[in-house]
Ligand binder design. Structure first.
Ligand SMILES: Nc1ncnc2c1ncn2[C@@H]1O[C@H](COP(=O)(O)OP(=O)(O)OP(=O)(O)O)[C@@H](O)[C@H]1O
Ligand SMILES: [Mg+2]
Length: 314
């Protein structure tokens, strides 16, 4: 009976990415995890930043003995052996790869083995810190998740990277639903922003696909409506910075046809680096600081959305 209940329990995987380095992905992942754990949810944080793992630092944990590298390289067989309990009740962590160079680029079978094992873990929420970049591995984890969360800073370079991330994730998703080789090639070509075919946006691409195979173009149109990445603007200092989230949302809608959800913003505050310097998590060291409260609000937004989705299902 207990086993059946466990199997029926809904497990959510949330992934946090953003294309750019040093924008607060690990800070936000770690502290979302703490917020959820305080709401009595069982949370597993996974440092999937295979090239530059640092999620443990935002939690104030030293480099653990067992990391994701041990699992990926099969030094340990079971995912349980690399899960470490944090000091916070209900919160555990799989620390990122430290010494296994190939781990920065796991192959298909390593990735599927990881995801298969994660499905068996006893947790309500699994949060993946994806690290920077738009490599296929990062995009695949983002697309596989129930909630794909993008972090952006109110700066042109970070915003550019966020658009690039959204577009790449989108094209990657297209490629997974298409079997026609000619159209797959077209998607590959479209990923190059300077392509000579004049395809600049997913809209342009769909129009071109429709000319080749009308039905496939319509499937892709449907895919757009199903793709709903979430956005967090971090290091906000002014009201104008908060607005940037809304601008990105409307630009995504206008140019990409993507219905992005603006989850909220996190204020810039000295408490963040002070907590990192004291090697304690922000939400533990400064629970009433403005950024910690912003992250709590974001968690409530995420949970409210989940309930809305559930209530529309039943
Ligand atoms: N809201 C904030 N207020 C003040 N400083 C912040 C804030 N968010 C992030 N920072 C600063 O930015 C640094 C980088 O944050 P973090 O390590 O979470 O980024 P990241 O996106 O995970 O980086 P990487 O791509 O290297 O993994 C932090 O050490 C902190 O000093
Ligand atoms: Mg990080």
């Amino acid at each position: 009976m207990i086993e059946l209940q466990d199997a029926l329990r809904r497990k959510e995987i949330w992934a946090v990415g953003g294309g750019k380095g040093g924008i607060g992905k690990s800070l936000i992942t770690g502290n979302i995890g703490i917020s959820l754990a305080r709401l009595k949810k069982k949370v597993l944080l996974v440092d999937a930043d295979l090239g530059g793992a640092n999620l443990h630092t935002t939690l104030g944990i030293g480099v653990p003995e067992m990391t994701l590298s041990d699992f990926l390289s099969r030094r340990v067989e079971n995912i349980q052996d690399v899960i470490i309990q944090s000091e916070i009740k209900n919160l555990s962590l799989i620390s990122g790869a430290q010494d296994f160079l190939d781990a920065a680029n796991p192959n298909f079978s390593q990735k599927t083995r990881l995801l298969r094992h994660l499905e068996t873990v006893d947790a309500d929420y699994i949060l993946l810190d994806l690290g920077a970049g738009t490599s296929y591995n990062i995009l695949d984890f983002f697309l596989f998740s129930d909630q794909g969360i993008l972090v952006v800073l109110p700066e042109p370079t970070a915003i550019e990277n966020a658009y690039r991330f959204i577009k790449s994730a989108f094209y990657r998703r297209f490629k997974k639903v298409v079997t026609h080789q000619g159209i797959k090639d077209l998607i590959d070509a479209a990923m190059d922003q300077k392509n000579t075919m004049g395809i600049r946006t997913p809209y342009d691409l769909i129009e071109r696909v429709k000319l080749m195979e009308r039905e496939v173009g319509e499937i892709l149109e449907l895919e757009i409506t199903k793709f709903r990445p979430k956005l967090i603007v971090n290091q906000v200092r002014t009201k104008g910075d908060i607005q940037i989230g809304f601008s990105i949302k409307s630009a995504c809608n206008k140019y990409f046809g993507i219905n992005l959800e603006y989850l909220g913003y996190v204020e810039y505050d000295d408490s963040v680096w002070q907590s990192i310097r004291s090697k304690r998590p922000l939400a533990v060291e400064y629970p009433y600081s403005r950024p910690a409260r912003c992250i709590e609000r974001i968690v409530h937004n995420l949970l409210r959305k989940e309930q809305l989705t559930l209530s529309t299902l039943y």
